[in-house]
Design a protein around this ligand. Structure first.
Ligand code: PDD
Length: 280
């Protein structure tokens, strides 16, 4: 495998960043994960738009011109012969002696990696669906920034795994579901509405979420952006998660309680199927 690290294509096994990289010391950096399908980077424009927004919020400069970064992403995908898989981009504030304040003349550090993922794995998982657990929200209030500071997400997802689940849903003080540790959360109501929390309310504006709005509109499905409680989710017709790594993935149980008949829902599976026809 080949990785791109600060201007060079290097063997993945030998790729390294400096011990004083601020990403390593302070989680002072941002990232994107894009899906690669049929050799194309899905929704690349939207991912780079969001990367730009994250960088701006943290006052980190683009590590290179956006057009050049697009070329690097495609190059890393091609050099690794990824037809189906993922491409990962990380930008940190760069390398400087440890000091909380922004360094004066430091250039941002850029890492791009790619890996193959067998599409059969996701397909198989979608056939059985996944279990989620709920955990109290304990993250900071800027989770709209896709920062590499993911410790609460790591702990929540590990807890899910130990409970036999594949995702953890963060729940706010009112008992409403926010989002997953690495995905957005959705339900389908008994009258067929797709419900997902408004992106302005303490969640990441998922790219897959945005594209699924378009997919749903094309399918003539009704969407409502509003909060929903754990109780409403447990009583829903369907539930699912969305992310670049899972697309639309059925949720069949929440905290051990099955959703509807405990099988993946047809609306979710239809959305999942249709996603690739709409995404570019
Ligand atoms: N995570 N919410 C959180 C907290 C996320 O980390 C992610 C993505 C999403 C979904 O966003 P998108 O549809 O743009 O992938 C929502 C990526 C996949 C990750 O950290 O691996």
């Amino acid at each position: 495998r080949i990785a791109y690290v600060n201007g060079r294509y290097v063997a993945h096994a030998d790729a390294a960043v400096h011990i004083e990289d601020r990403g390593y010391q302070f989680a002072d950096g941002v990232y994107e994960v894009c899906e690669v399908a049929r050799g194309y980077i899905v929704d690349m424009k939207r991912h780079l738009d969001r990367l730009g927004r994250s960088l701006k919020e943290l006052r980190i400069a683009w590590p290179m011109a956006r057009k050049a970064l697009e070329i690097v992403l495609r190059e890393v995908v091609n050099r690794n012969r990824v037809v189906n898989g993922l491409v990962y981009v990380q930008v940190t504030r760069g390398v400087a002696g440890r000091d909380f304040l922004f360094p004066a003349d430091t250039k941002p550090a850029l890492v791009v990696t790619a890996k193959k993922v067998d599409p059969a794995l996701g397909a198989k998982r979608a056939e059985s669906g996944i279990n989620v657990i709920t955990v109290p929200e304990n993250r900071w209030d800027r989770v709209d920034i896709k920062s590499v500071g993911l410790l609460p997400n790591v702990l929540a997802k590990q807890k899910a795994k130990e409970a036999g689940a594949q995702e953890a849903w963060f729940v706010d003080e009112d008992g409403n579901v926010k989002e997953g540790g690495s995905s957005n959360a959705w339900i389908v109501t008994k009258d067929g509405f797709l419900i997902t929390r408004p992106a302005e309310h303490g969640i990441l504006r998922g790219i897959t979420r945005t594209t699924l709005f378009e997919v749903a509109a094309k399918l003539g499905l009704k969407i409502e952006e509003r909060s929903f409680s754990i109780a409403e989710a447990k009583a829903a017709r369907e539930a699912f998660i969305s992310s670049a790594t899972t697309i639309a993935m059925p949720v069949v149980a929440i905290d051990g309680a099955p959703i509807a008949n405990g099988h993946p829902g047809s609306v979710t599976l239809t959305l999942r199927q249709a996603f690739f026809d709409v995404a570019e």
